[in-house]
Design a protein around this ligand. Structure first.
Ligand SMILES: C[S@@+](CC[C@H](N)C(=O)[O-])C[C@H]1O[C@@H](n2cnc3c(N)ncnc32)[C@H](O)[C@@H]1O
Length: 283
């Protein structure tokens, strides 16, 4: 992240979720605020860009993946809430809209983000007329220089109660040290706590066509000052999670995502690659 500058990828990802609402039928993730949060100008540009969104299978895969990871997180959150969890932490929240459409009156939502991104989001919320609910806490944290535990403790988070975390589109941008420290902080919470996140496997483990797509994306991200810094293979991730106290672990790779979420679509869409993989882990 560039010092004092909000995340540019946060806007881009939010645009992909808005594009999913506009261009994909049936949708795999419903977000009635996705179009609003990107701002009026971006929405207008998006409406005129169907050709760009649907031009390549990789662009479509990326858009669906960004929608899917939110779906997986919010499905897991629903299970957590049904089991009595009252704390939801959105790590690296960007323009995530959950807090502004939450159906759970008793759930406190902690939006944790890089300070400049959070300030920018709050200005955007005001600009597009989204009011801040009483049960949201904004927690500015730079994962590279501050601990999640410290940030949350300043915001009234209860470390003696279980919590659910989403961490979408963030882990690949962190150093391994920052990512593992954050996971360790989650892993110290009471049983019943959980996290959903996506991660990127090293490009040399991918088939050639997919590798080229991922490497082109990595070059683009480096140019906007948000380079990928962390890659891990599923087997190593599982070990790291177990070491940090996670016991029930589900890793979703491309075939699993296709089978669970895209099977039987009338448009026949299946993920082709170039996107990340998903992890859901419970203590
Ligand atoms: C690609 S965006 C994803 C945003 C959001 N999770 C979503 O899915 O729309 C990356 C997010 O990670 C945050 N981020 C990146 N590096 C960070 C750091 N060192 N500390 C805190 N947040 C960070 C950015 O501010 C941004 O909100």
């Amino acid at each position: 992240m560039l010092v004092g500058r909000p995340s540019e990828t946060a806007q881009r990802v939010a645009e992909r979720r808005a594009a999913h609402q506009i261009f994909d039928k049936p949708r795999i993730f419903e977000d009635p605020l996705a179009r609003t949060i990107i701002g009026a100008q971006a929405e207008t540009e998006l409406l005129g860009s169907a050709h760009k969104e649907t031009a390549s299978i990789y662009a479509t895969s990326m858009r669906f993946f960004m929608a899917l990871r939110s779906r997986v997180a919010e499905d897991a959150l629903a299970q957590a809430v049904a089991r009595g969890i009252k704390q939801y932490v959105v790590l690296g929240a960007g323009l995530d809209t959950f807090a502004y459409r939450s159906p759970y009156a008793d759930l406190t939502v902690y939006e944790v983000d890089f300070p400049a991104t959070q300030e920018w989001k709050r200005a955007r919320l005001a600009e597009v007329g989204l009011t801040t609910p009483h049960n949201i806490r904004f927690v500015p944290v730079d994962f590279e220089h501050q601990t999640l535990r410290h940030g949350l403790s300043q915001a009234g988070f209860r470390t003696d109660e279980a919590a659910f975390f989403s961490w979408l589109g963030v882990v690949p941008y962190l150093t391994r040290t920052a990512a593992m420290a954050t996971l360790a902080d989650i892993g110290r919470l009471p049983a019943g706590s959980g996290v959903v996140f996506d991660y990127t496997v090293p490009s040399h483990t991918l088939p050639e066509a997919e590798r080229a797509v991922v490497e082109a994306l990595a070059r683009k991200l480096a140019r906007v000052g948000e380079p990928f810094q962390f890659w891990i293979i599923p087997e190593d991730l599982e070990k790291e999670l177990r070491t940090r106290g996670f016991q029930r672990i589900t890793l979703l790779d491309r075939p699993a995502m296709n089978a669970h979420y895209l099977e039987g679509r009338a448009d026949g869409f299946q993920f082709r690659g170039g996107m990340g993989q998903l992890a859901c882990a419970w203590i």
